[in-house]
Design a protein around this ligand. Structure first.
Ligand code: ATR
Length: 288
C-alpha cells in the first residue's frame, strides 16, 4: 500500500473495462521508486460518462490520466490542446491538466520508438515494413515517419486500409509510404531493416498463428512485435531463427507509460523498475 497523505496527488487510468490494465502496478512501482507523493488509480468510466469524468477529474485536482479502450478517440474532442501525435493519430492516451488548459497527448508511437532505440535499434534512415493498418499501426507509423524512416511499406490483409494509412502518412512526408497486400510482402520483408508487427495475429490464445511467413531477412534486421502476451510470439521466434534482432511489445508498453509519467511529474521514470513489475505481472497472469 502506498502512503497516502493530505498532500497526495492523484493520476490514473480510465477504461471500460479497466480491470485488465497493467498500468496501475507498473506506474505505482515507478512512483514509489521516485519517492513521489502521488498515487495511480484505475477508474472504470462508461463512454457516456466521459465528459463528466474529465470535468470531475479536473475539479478534483488530478494531475492527469491515461486512457485505454474505448476512450482514446473521444478524448481528442475534450482536450484544449492536442500534441502533433494526438492530432495525427486521432487519439489521446494521456491527459495532462495544466494552467494553460487540458493537454491531450498520444505516447504509444513515441513509446514504441523510445523502446526500440533504447534497445539499440535505429529508426532514422531505415527501410521499414509495418504489418497491419489499424489503430496501433497508425500510432507506430506516425512516429516512424516523424523519426525519419527512409521508407515505410504498409502490408495489410485489407489493402484499402493500408492505402488509407499510406495516404495519411504521405500527408506527413510526401512519398514516404506505400501500401501492399500482406501476402505479397515477401520481397519488402527481405529488404527491410525494420519490421513491425501491429496485427493482433499470434496474440493469446492463438499462439500458433502468425501474420506472415518470414523470408530470409537482412543481416542486422530488427523485428518488433508489439504483442506482449505471449512474451514471445511465433513470429518473433521465426525472426530470431532468421538471425534478426527480435523485440516484443514490453518495451513499448513500458516507454509509453514512462512518457506519461514524465509529462505529469517532470521526473525521469525508472524504466527497469517499470519493466520488472510489468513482466512479473504478465507472467503471474499467464500462470492464471
Ligand atoms: P488495433 O487498434 O489493435 O491496431 P485494429 O484496428 O482492429 O486493432 O487492427 C487490427 C489489425 O490486425 C488490422 O491490420 C487487421 O487487418 P485487416 O485490416 O485486414 O482487418 C489485422 N488482422 C487481424 N486479424 C488478422 C488476420 N487473421 N490476418 C491478417 N491480419 C489480421
Amino acid at each position: 500500500m502506498p502512503d497516502i497523505w493530505g498532500t497526495t496527488r492523484v493520476v490514473g487510468v480510465i477504461g471500460h473495462p479497466v480491470r485488465h490494465s497493467f498500468s496501475p502496478p507498473m506506474q505505482n512501482a515507478a512512483i514509489a521508486a521516485l519517492g513521489l507523493d502521488l498515487v495511480y488509480v484505475p477508474f472504470e468510466i462508461a463512454p457516456d460518462d466521459l465528459p463528466d469524468a474529465v470535468r470531475g477529474f479536473r475539479a478534483a485536482g488530478l494531475l492527469g490520466f491515461n486512457a485505454t479502450i474505448p476512450h482514446k478517440q473521444a478524448l481528442l474532442r475534450l482536450v484544449d490542446h492536442a500534441t502533433d501525435e494526438a492530432r495525427l493519430t486521432g487519439t489521446v492516451n494521456t491527459v495532462h491538466f495544466t494552467e494553460q488548459g487540458i493537454v491531450g497527448d498520444s505516447t504509444d508511437g513515441p513509446g514504441f520508438v523510445a523502446g526500440l532505440t533504447a534497445r539499440g535499434g535505429t529508426v532514422a534512415g531505415a527501410r521499414a515494413v509495418l504489418l497491419g493498418a489499424g489503430g496501433s499501426a497508425r500510432a507506430v507509423g506516425v512516429s516512424l515517419v516523424r523519426g525519419g524512416v527512409a521508407e515505410l511499406v504498409i502490408a495489410n490483409r485489407t489493402i484499402d486500409r493500408a492505402r488509407a494509412l499510406a495516404e495519411l502518412l504521405n500527408g506527413q512526408r510526401a512519398g514516404v509510404a506505400t501500401a501492399v497486400e500482406l501476402d505479397r510482402s515477401a520481397a519488402h520483408l527481405a529488404a527491410a531493416e525494420l519490421i513491425v508487427n501491429t496485427t493482433s495475429v499470434g496474440m493469446h490464445p492463438n499462439l500458433d498463428a502468425q501474420p506472415v511467413e518470414l523470408p530470409a531477412l537482412r543481416p542486422g534486421a530488427w523485428l518488433v512485435d508489439i504483442v506482449y502476451n505471449p512474451l514471445e510470439t511465433r513470429l518473433l521466434r521465426q525472426a530470431r531463427e532468421r538471425g534478426a534482432e527480435a523485440l516484443n511489445g514490453v518495451d513499448m508498453l513500458v516507454h509509453q507509460g514512462a512518457l506519461s509519467l514524465r509529462r505529469w511529474t517532470g521526473c525521469e521514470p525508472p524504466i527497469e523498475v517499470m519493466r520488472e513489475v510489468l513482466v512479473r505481472e504478465l507472467q503471474r497472469r499467464a500462470g492464471g
